[in-house]
Design a protein around this ligand. Structure first.
Ligand code: ADP
Length: 168
C-alpha cells in the first residue's frame, strides 16, 4: 500500500472512494462536507436521507463510516465518516483513529483500490493539525487493507505541512 499527500480540493480527485468528514446528521454541513455535496450533486444527499431513514435514525455515530454513491464526483463512492470534536479535557484520539480504520474497512468491503481522505476533524471540529496528521498517518499504516493507493488531500498549508511531518 502506498500513502501520498496532496494539496488541494478533494472534490477534484479521481479515486474509487472519496472520504467525507461528515457530521452525524449525514444531512450536510460546511467545510469539506459542503464542498462534496455541492460538487457531487443531489444524489449524495438523497442517499444520505435514505440511510437516516433506514439504518441511522439517530445519526451516524462518531468514529463510524458508511458509503453512498459519489454522484457526479470522479469516484465510485463517498465514504462518510464522523470525526470527534476536539476536546481539551478528554482524549478522543481513539475515535479519530476509528474514522480512518472504519473508512478503510468500508473501502475493503466495496473493493476500492484507491481512497482519498481529507484531514478529518481538523477544521470546524478544531483538532490540532499536528495531532490530526499523526493519528491519520499512524492509523492508516497500522490498518491491514486491500486498498493500495491511499491519498491525503489537504486544503491548507498548515495541515499539509503537518501531514508531511507525520509521514516522515
Ligand atoms: P471537521 O468538521 O471534521 O473538522 P471540516 O470540513 O471543517 O471538517 O475540516 C476538515 C478539513 O478539511 C480541514 O482541514 C479543512 O481545511 C479541509 N477542507 C475543507 N474543504 C476541503 C476540500 N474541498 N478538500 C479537501 N479538504 C477540505
Amino acid at each position: 500500500m502506498g500513502i501520498s499527500i496532496l494539496k488541494g480540493d478533494i472534490t477534484l480527485q479521481h479515486a474509487d472512494a472519496i472520504v467525507n468528514a461528515a457530521n452525524s446528521s449525514l444531512l450536510g454541513g460546511g467545510g469539506v462536507d459542503g464542498a462534496i455535496h455541492r460538487a457531487g450533486g443531489p444524489a449524495i444527499l438523497e442517499a444520505c436521507r435514505d440511510l437516516r431513514a433506514s439504518r441511522y435514525g439517530r445519526g451516524l455515530p462518531t468514529g463510524q463510516a458508511v458509503a453512498t454513491t459519489a454522484g457526479r464526483l470522479h469516484a465510485r463512492w463517498v465514504i462518510h465518516t464522523v470525526g470527534p470534536v476536539h476536546s481539551p479535557d478528554e482524549d478522543r484520539s481513539a475515535l479519530l483513529a476509528s474514522c480512518y480504520r472504519e473508512s478503510l474497512r468500508v473501502a475493503d468491503e466495496l473493493g476500492a483500490a484507491s481512497i482519498a481522505f481529507p484531514a478529518v476533524s481538523a477544521g470546524v471540529y478544531r483538532w490540532p493539525a499536528a495531532s490530526a496528521a499523526q493519528i491519520a498517518v499512524a492509523t492508516v499504516r497500522e490498518t491491514p487493507t486491500e486498498v493500495d493507493d491511499v491519498r491525503f488531500v489537504l486544503f491548507n498549508d498548515e495541515v499539509y505541512a503537518a501531514f508531511e511531518r507525520a509521514l516522515g
